[in-house]
Unconditional design. Structure first.
Length: 393
């Protein structure tokens, strides 16, 4: 059973995926609440992955090769089975004409973000949400080796450098003319959120206190982001579009990082109790399935409109309620019957080798304590448990 800290992080996943469902099932075209939910997922992912890897490095048994192997096997067990099952289903039934687009190999190789960016259109739309999953996989290729192999003192600086490069990428766009999908879908547009979560994990190793500039600045940034999120003037010029894009992408980053940081410690308030409530935590644990399956449910729901008593053919309450309930049901079934059993196999791939006690640590204990056998057992248990933090995302 997840501890209070991880239950609240699961609750944040529920909020993130709810933003996505709202944008895709209810909101009118142009809503970016779904993209904000994805940004929250990115911060969560950067934080949790980096925390797991840093915890592995604290073990007396730590070996970079073992930890890296375990990371990729555990990620594959969690992510690949439902993802490739969805691709197989969509291709087999040719849902929304997927076969004719020629995009399958891009999705199989986790290059969907480049597929949509290069074409400048969301075709096939039933798989368009996989752009963010592709970015996560591209992040997983480079980030774990960097965290496990880089000098520990350099990890925080590395995070800051990645964030700075992402900001520079955003400032470059006014020189390119008319905005395009490429602006949002290249990895550079999302690395600031992933690295922001990673920076939070490195910062948490030193202190739980927030820097003063974040304490003073998060509310003005949140207010500015809210204005940018709601501001949609007509007509929209390229320059104005760029300013709104900056405001809605960059300004929320600090509030989102602080939200994840607060949940990682455990909010002691009504909001914290809401996050860790059973419905919120349970929904968060199946949020990957919800995100993965919801466009397929949307497509099938629209096709079944003749048998559904409410309007699901258009954005609105009918589509939101029917689509959300059906998606949650499918994600829950998938989790309990398919994903959870495979996820349980991760116990065979710990981040540290627990087959024998760490000799150097035990020698030190024996020199300091004659009754070190007790402490050897405690050390073994500690090293076995320290890196088993939930990584269900």
């Amino acid at each position: 059973m997840p501890n209070i800290r991880d239950r609240q992080l699961d609750g944040l996943r529920t909020i993130a995926v709810a933003m996505v469902l709202y944008a895709h099932f209810f909101a009118a075209d142009g809503s970016i609440w779904g993209h904000l939910g994805v940004r929250l997922f990115f911060v969560l992912s950067g934080f949790l992955i980096t925390r797991l890897l840093l915890e592995a490095r604290t073990s007396a048994r730590y070996q970079s090769a073992t930890a890296l192997k375990a990371f990729y096997i555990r990620r594959a067990l969690r992510i690949f089975p439902p993802y490739f099952a969805v691709l197989a289903l969509v291709w087999f039934v040719n849902l929304e004409g997927v076969r004719g687009t020629g995009s399958l190999k891009w999705h199989v190789l986790y290059l969907a973000n480049y597929w949509y960016a290069l074409r400048g259109e969301w075709t096939p739309w039933v798989l368009c949400h996989t752009w963010s999953l592709s970015i996560e996989e591209q992040f997983y290729i480079v980030w774990p080796p960097a965290i496990l192999l880089a000098p520990r003192r350099m990890i925080g600086r590395l995070c800051v450098a990645v964030i700075a490069c992402s900001f520079a990428y955003r400032l470059y766009w006014p020189l390119t003319g008319t905005p395009s999908l490429m602006r949002d879908l290249l990895p550079s547009a999302s690395m600031d959120a992933l690295a922001g979560g990673a920076l939070l994990a490195t910062y948490r190793e030193r202190t739980q206190a927030w820097p003063q500039w974040m304490q003073l600045g998060w509310m003005p940034l949140a207010a500015a982001a809210t204005v940018a999120l709601w501001l949609r003037p007509d007509p929209m010029t390229p320059v104005l579009d760029w300013f709104i894009w900056i405001g809605s992408e960059v300004f929320p980053l600090v509030p989102l990082v602080m939200l994840v940081g607060g949940a990682s410690l455990g909010f002691r308030s009504g909001f914290g109790r809401l996050l860790e409530s059973s419905p919120m935590a349970a929904t968060g644990r199946v949020s990957y399935g919800i995100y993965l399956f919801h466009p397929i449910i949307l497509s099938l729901t629209i096709k079944a409109q003749a048998w559904i008593p409410v309007n699901v053919s258009e954005q609105g309450f009918g589509r939101l309620i029917v689509g959300s309930v059906a998606t949650l049901a499918l994600a829950s079934i998938s989790w309990h019957l398919f994903e959870k059993p495979l996820n349980g196999l991760k116990r065979h791939f710990p981040y540290v080798d627990r087959s024998h006690p760490p000799a150097a640590a035990i020698r030190e204990l024996r020199e300091r304590r004659p009754d070190a056998t007790i402490y050897e057992t405690a050390l073994s248990r500690r090293d076995g448990d320290v890196v088993q933090t939930s990584d269900l995302q």
